[in-house]
Every structure is written in C-alpha cells, then in structure tokens.
Design a protein around this ligand. Structure first.
Ligand SMILES: Cc1ncc(C[n+]2csc(CCOP(=O)(O)OP(=O)(O)O)c2C)c(N)n1
Ligand code: SF4
Ligand SMILES: [Mg+2]
Length: 256
C-alpha cells in the first residue's frame, strides 16, 4: 500500500471506530491511485470534531473548515478547480445539525464532491451531546433524562434533496466500507455515504448495531427514487448497508 501515513500523534480514544474509517480511506485512496488517480489531486475537506482530526493522519492535501461549513468549503474547492478529487469528511453534527442547509443545497446542485459522514449519533469531541441522529432516549450531557425526539433519517432527506448517489456503510466492515467509498468517489455528481461509526466513549452502539446491519443484495443500487426511498425507510429492526441509489445527471460545474 502506498504510504499515506503521517507522523502526527493520534489523539482518538484507543479503540475508536474512526481508526477503521481511516484505514478504509487510506486503502480506498491507494486503490484509486493504483487505478490512475493522481495523489496530488486529492483534497480532503473536514469539519470540526473527532472525525475532523482525520486530515492530520492521512498524507493528502486538506482544508480543515469551520463546524458545519466543511461541505461549503469542499464545493468551493471543486468549483475553483474541477480537476480535483474532493472528499469531505464530516461528523453528524457538521452534516445534519450546524451544516444541514449546506447539505441540502449541495445535493440539490449535484456538485461533484463526495461526502463521508462519520455518524456516531453524538457530538463526540464536546463529550456527548445529542445530535439530530441520536436514537430516541439517548442520555447525554444535554439530555440527562433521554432525548424525546425521533432521529432524522439523513438518507431519506438526501434522496428528497436530489443527491445522485446515496449509501450507508458500517464502520466495522472495513472491506465493505472501502468498496462503497471507492464507488462514491468514482461517481460523477454529489455522493453521500452515511457511515455508522459508534463513539465508544459517549455513545457505544456497537452491540446495538452488530446484529442489525446487513448488506443489500446484488439488485442494488436502483435508479428508481420511490424504491430507494422505501428502502431507506425500512423499519424492520434491521439496518441495510450498501448503495441504495445512483443516477447519472449533469453536475453543477458542468451546468455553469
Ligand atoms: C459553530 C460551532 N458550534 C459549536 C462548536 C463546538 N463544537 C466543536 S466540535 C463539536 C461537536 C462535533 O460533533 P460532530 O460533528 O458529530 O463530530 P464528532 O466529534 O462526533 O466526530 C462542537 C459542537 C464549534 N466549534 N463551532
Ligand atoms: S470521543 Fe468518541 S468519536 Fe471521539 S475519539 Fe473518542 S471514541 Fe472516538
Ligand atoms: Mg458525531
């Protein structure tokens, strides 16, 4: 594997599932470079949070943005130089709380950037407040008696907003995540992968998800919006992972 490591001291909690995603991303980028992508053309945009330390640990060009503004920065980079391969690393706080307006408009515009959301269903770096995707009843510092809100379904929102590639990955499945990451980066247009990334210190959902996640079968993805919407709303107690929806349409950069 091409050397993508850095000498920065890693400050994630020992055992944090972000380590799986860092490895999956390094393997993905190595695969793509082996296929002909130029290493110097990769740009990582990151938000603020535990996930936002990732650019320190991967030897690629990067910009660390403000909380919730990582996607706006990523779109700006792509518009300034459409030749670049732009990957946005966001937290669920960035993408689904502070930056949700950027998320909806990036999907609507179909800017050709790839968004990986480290969805640990908690504000991790600030030590455990509920986010829009926290499960109902989550007890944390801001909700000591448990959240009373139903969690947001980000994939349903993305389909409704016009995203042309919509997927979910399970961080513990590094090979599966790597394949989805690769397909997302290769996709022409806005791609989002919501990655279930348990925070072992403030929202340890590893056991909760372990027996619930399953992979979509070979019949997926679909280009049928209604079918994809029905699937991401699945309420069977199981959690499907894989690529739900992919369509080809003009990107924002092409249109302008
Ligand atoms: C505008 C703004 N609001 C709040 C904060 C404080 N803050 C820093 S990190 C963080 C939580 C990040 O949560 P998330 O995006 O889910 O990332 P995680 O730490 O879980 O990876 C917050 C609220 C900030 N830096 N900027
Ligand atoms: S607080 Fe949670 S997400 Fe952040 S490094 Fe620790 S385990 Fe990982
Ligand atoms: Mg988070």
């Amino acid at each position: 594997m091409l050397e993508l490591s850095t000498t920065a001291k890693n400050t994630w909690c020992p055992g944090c599932t972000n380590f799986f995603l860092l490895t999956a991303l390094k393997n993905t980028v190595s695969d793509l470079i082996a296929e002909g992508y130029n290493k110097d053309n990769f740009v990582i945009s990151a938000g603020i949070g535990c996930h936002g330390k990732l650019p320190d640990y991967i030897n690629l060009n990067s910009v660390i943005s403000l909380h919730g503004r990582d996607l706006a920065a990523a779109e700006g980079v792509k518009l300034a130089n459409p030749k670049l391969t732009v990957i946005d690393i966001a937290g669920d706080g960035d993408a689904y709380a502070e930056g949700i307006e950027h998320l909806v408009h990036a999907a609507k515009r179909n800017t050709n950037v790839t968004l990986f959301v480290h969805n640990n269903q908690v504000f991790g770096l600030t030590t455990g407040q509920a986010t829009p995707t926290s499960l109902k009843g989550y007890k944390g510092r801001s909700t000591p008696f448990g959240t009373v809100e139903e969690p947001l379904n980000p994939l349903l929102l993305m389909l409704a907003s016009g995203a042309s590639f919509v997927a979910r990955a399970w961080s513990q499945d590094m090979d599966g995540t790597r394949e989805i990451m690769k397909r997302a980066i290769k996709h022409k247009g806005f791609s989002i992968v919501d990655i279930i990334q348990p925070c072992i210190s403030f929202n340890d959902t590893r056991e909760f998800f372990k027996d619930k996640v399953y992979n979509l079968d070979a019949g997926w993805p679909t280009n049928d919006l209604a079918k994809a919407m029905e699937k991401v709303r699945e309420n069977s107690g199981k959690v499907p992972c894989g690529i739900f929806y992919e369509v080809n349409k003009e990107t924002f950069e092409e249109e302008i």
